[in-house]
Design a protein around this ligand. Structure first.
Ligand code: AKG
Length: 260
């Protein structure tokens, strides 16, 4: 059984508990989706034009068609709205609590013929045995339609209940394609096993934007203190300052106080 797409936040939070993920359609209205999509593909094409195209260069995820666009917060203000989208944040809070940190926000674009990523859980950096609750949540924004054919994220429903990362011999565990129209979000808790699907199209790219949040004790994947465009901090909301680690309690203090 798979969860049905829902716009009800309580149902979506319950789906995350039960299945390890939920699907929420129509989070980005068409006009906003168009602007986000334009901003993303513009950033991706600028990176290519400047010879700064990024790919996953890890052994487990090498793929020539893949393009990763990191640090989206610094590329266009429109991406900040995704990070603090009220519904996405409500589901993050339900899954990992508050305060939370934004570990990164990056796009993964898989191109025609693109291969599968290795099956993984996002909290692989947490030493096992894992705590009983998820340590993070990944909000996947479908910027193109996610289809089985174009490499929609594939997931092993319920795998979060195993509370461990997949072993090498489980890399081919049965998974399902998370098919969802552009403008939807898929929220995965950090223990659920998933991967990019195989893009079997001849001419379609599939872009997803992945906003990764953790409990506040984990180091952020992106080093915002070095890489963030200062204008983002200047105009940041209170929630954004917390998510970046610029307003804090207990850890990350400056002379014993929250820096912002
Ligand atoms: O591209 C996808 O569908 C999944 C990406 C992913 O799992 C990741 O970046 O950790």
């Amino acid at each position: 059984m798979l969860p049905s797409p829902t716009r009800d936040a309580a149902q979506a939070a319950s789906d995350i508990e039960t299945f390890g993920f939920c699907i929420v359609p129509e989070v980005l209205p068409t006009e906003r989706l168009v602007r986000v999509r334009e901003a993303l593909y513009r950033a991706a094409s600028e990176d290519r034009a400047r010879g700064r195209e990024q790919k996953f260069r890890l052994d487990y995820a090498h793929d020539e068609t893949n393009q990763r666009v990191w640090n989206l917060l610094s590329r266009d203000p429109i991406f900040a709205d995704l990070v603090e989208d009220p519904l996405a944040l409500e589901l993050v809070k339900a899954t990992v609590g508050w305060p939370a940190l934004l570990g990164n926000i990056s796009a993964n674009i898989t191109g025609p013929g693109g291969g599968e990523m290795v099956l993984h859980a996002d909290q692989i950096f947490v030493p096992e045995p894992w705590p009983a609750r998820p340590q993070g949540a990944n909000v996947a924004w479908c910027i193109d339609d996610f289809t089985d054919e174009n490499g929609a994220t594939r997931i092993v429903p319920g795998s979060h209940r195993l509370n461990r990362k997949p072993a090498a011999e489980e890399a081919t565990a049965e998974s399902v394609a998370l098919e969802a129209p552009a403008g939807s979000i898929v929220v995965m808790e950090s223990r659920v096993w998933h991967k990019t699907g195989h893009n079997r199209t001849k001419d379609s790219r599939r872009a997803g934007i992945f906003a990764w949040y953790t409990r506040p004790i984990y180091r952020q994947q992106e080093n915002w203190f070095l890489s963030l465009n200062p204008a983002v901090r200047q105009f940041a909301s209170d929630d954004m300052l917390v998510l970046l680690g610029y307003r804090t309690e207990g850890l990350g203090l400056v002379n014993g106080k929250s820096p912002a």
